[in-house]
Structures are given as structure tokens and as C-alpha cells.
Design a protein around this ligand. Structure first.
Ligand SMILES: Cc1cc2nc3c(=O)[nH]c(=O)nc-3n(C[C@H](O)[C@H](O)[C@H](O)COP(=O)(O)O)c2cc1C
Length: 334
């Protein structure tokens, strides 16, 4: 399949793996890129720019295909040295960066000077337009369904994607709630040039996380995520667990006076406990509503091949079938 996104990033399929803290290591990024998508290493999971340089080199050993790095600008307890991270990305020869959180405006000159394509993750049309204005090459339009930080507008993708299509000149991918061929074809119909998946890629053989995490994703339904940190205007969609129950209890007690320090135990340092140790009750970790559509743990290649094969069938069979008066295809249930 050829779209503005496959052409921009030099990839075979219009599928991007979003940056994921403690999941987006070289193993997953290389697996996605080898399967024809765009794999992304999560920059800040590497504690220093030197470690990121090593992770990029490790990924380069595992794939000769293009891959990218995610740089997340979110409120954190200590601000990371972003210019040094960008230098490591540049020196590692990486040509794609997914930015997220705050606007990457301050860092655009350095990224552009290095010939890097920037795709900024946005949860609103106004932020997408700002990204376009400051010179981003593409946008990842992230609906309210998404795992991680959906922003504060609560706008689901059925509205957000066509709104983005109406306003943007640069290409965008649909992010949040994407799991299979149905997601991809729907996203393309609404004007996207591809899709970005987070949660779905965690439940794959190559995702370098504890088996408990993958098992939890297969077992959970679409009703098992919840929003936390609303009062801090740092809303995050996470999988329910005992640590999150405690967090919600503290949020109820503190109300509008909630401070990040009040929930430090339930949000700080949780990812290694969950992803490495498999402690599923440790606290808040991002997970999308799309978890309700995850029923297996395929290899990344099986997943991507299945999406692309089914997408072709959907488009050539079901969709064109609706236009053909004699077609039985049109009357089949999906
Ligand atoms: C476990 C996990 C960790 C994530 N960590 C990050 C992160 O560090 N930076 C970021 O920009 N997005 C992060 N995300 C968001 C994803 O990149 C992606 O935008 C989101 O998962 C899309 O929604 P979906 O889960 O419905 O596919 C994370 C998502 C998950 C599931």
C-alpha cells in the first residue's frame, strides 16, 4: 500500500509503532521496521543520551530498514537534556522522530538541520495546525480512546480524524484505538494516510516486556481502562489495577487540590515494575481502550501481514462490493 506516510518514511506499510515507555526498545522497533512498518525507540526510556546512542546502534544491528525515535515532552520530576538526546539521534543517523507532549517548536531547527522528518502526536485539531505551522512533516492524530495521554478535550477519533482531514495540509496518521485492518481502512476513509498503534504492539511476541503484561492485555476488555490525573491536567488512560485503585482513592479524597506529590508512589517508577518484573498491581501504566480488541499474541510480522491482507480484502471485497449491485459480498456480515 502506498500513502503519503509510506513515501515520507520510506516504509512498505502505513503502520507506525508509537513510542512506549519501557516497551519501545530496539527489539520491538526493529521487529516493526523489519515487518515493513516504522518502529520507534522510546528516547527517554534510555536514562542518558549515551544510552540512547547505544540503543540506536543495537537497533541498527537488528534491521537495515528505517526506524525512528520518540521524544516525549511531558511534565516530569526532572527535565531531561533534550538537545543531547537530539544529538544522539542525529549522530545515530535516525531520520524520523515522533514528538509528543508539549510542542517541539524549540527543537525544530536542530531536528530539521539534521534532515529528520518530524511527526508530532496531537490530541486536537488546534495542536495539529500548530505542528503544521512550526514545520512538522506529519501529525499523529491521537483520539480520546488512546492509551497514554489523550489531552483534555475528550475528542474521539470518529470526529477528530475527519476534522483533522478538513484542516490539515500535511499528512497524518490515526492514533488511538487502532488494532486491525478495520481500524486501518476506517482511518484511511476518514482522511488519514496510515495508523499509529501503541497498546496492540505490546501484545506481540517481540515486545520485550514481562509475559504477565501480554496476558493482562489479552484478558482485559474495553471496559478495563480508566483516566487518571485529570485534576492535574495531565490526564492518562491506564489499565485498572490495585495501584490505580489507590490512586483513584487519593484523587477522590484530594479533589481539585491534588498535587503530583500525593500520587508519587502510584505513578513514579511504575514502568520497570510492570514491564520488567511483571508486577501488574504496581500503579499507573498506559493502556488504550483498544485492549478490548486484543485476543492474541502474534509476532509483529504476523500482526502486520494480517492487517495488510485483511485491509486489501476489506477494500476490494466488502467496500467495492457495496457498489456492485450483483455482489453477494455486500450482504455478508463483517
Ligand atoms: C505502555 C504504553 C506506554 C506509552 N508511552 C508513551 C511515551 O513514553 N511517549 C509517548 O509519546 N507515547 C506513549 N504512549 C502512547 C503511544 O505512543 C500511542 O500514542 C498510543 O498507545 C496510541 O493509542 P493505542 O494504545 O490505542 O494504540 C504509550 C502507550 C502505551 C500503551
Amino acid at each position: 500500500m502506498k500513502t503519503a506516510i509510506t513515501e515520507m518514511f520510506g516504509i512498505e506499510h502505513p503502520i507506525i509503532q508509537g513510542g512506549m515507555h519501557y516497551v519501545g526498545f530496539a527489539e520491538l522497533a526493529a521487529a516493526v521496521s523489519n515487518a515493513g512498518g516504522l518502529g520507534i525507540i522510546t528516547g527517554l526510556t534510555q536514562r542518558t543520551p549515551e544510552l540512547l546512542a547505544k540503543e540506536i546502534a543495537r537497533c541498527r544491528d537488528m534491521t537495515d530498514k528505517p526506524f525512528g525515535v520518540n521524544l516525549t515532552f511531558l511534565p516530569s520530576f526532572t527535565a531531561p537534556p533534550y538537545p543531547e538526546y537530539i544529538a544522539a539521534i542525529k549522530e545515530g543517523g535516525v531520520k524520523a522522530v515522533e514528538t509528543a507532549g508539549r510542542s517541539p517548536e524549540e527543537y525544530m531547527p536542530a531536528l530539521k538541520a539534521a534532515g529528520i522528518k518530524v511527526i508530532h502526536k496531537c490530541t486536537s485539531v488546534r495542536h495539529s495546525l500548530k505542528a503544521e505551522k512550526i514545520g512538522c512533516d506529519a501529525v499523529s492524530v491521537d483520539g480520546f480512546e488512546c492509551g497514554g495521554h489523550p489531552g483534555e478535550d475528550d475528542m474521539p477519533n470518529m470526529i477528530l480524524l475527519p476534522r483533522a482531514a478538513d484542516e490539515l495540509k500535511i499528512p497524518f496518521v490515526a492514533s488511538g484505538g487502532m488494532a486491525d485492518a478495520r481500524s486501518l481502512v476506517a482511518a484511511l476513509s476518514m482522511g488519514a494516510a496510515g495508523m499509529n498503534m501503541g497498546t496492540r504492539f505490546v501484545a506481540t511476541k517481540e515486545a520485550p516486556v514481562h509475559d504477565n503484561v501480554k496476558k493482562a492485555l489479552v484478558e482485559a476488555t474495553e471496559l478495563d481502562t480508566v483516566l487518571v490525573m485529570r485534576a492535574l491536567r495531565n490526564t492518562e488512560r491506564v489499565l485498572k489495577n490495585k495501584g490505580v485503585d489507590q490512586l483513584l482513592e487519593i484523587e477522590r479524597e484530594k479533589g481539585a487540590s491534588l498535587k503530583i506529590q500525593d500520587i508519587h508512589e502510584q505513578v513514579a517508577g511504575v514502568y520497570p515494575k510492570v514491564m520488567i518484573d511483571g508486577d501488574m498491581d504496581a500503579g499507573a501504566w498506559s493502556c488504550g481502550m483498544v485492549v478490548g480488541l486484543i485476543n492474541d499474541i502474534p509476532t509483529v510480522k504476523e500482526l502486520i501481514d494480517r492487517i495488510m491482507t485483511d485491509a486489501e480484502q476489506l477494500i476490494r471485497g466488502r467496500l467495492t462490493g457495496f457498489l456492485d449491485a450483483d455482489s453477494k459480498e455486500a450482504l455478508k456480515v463483517a
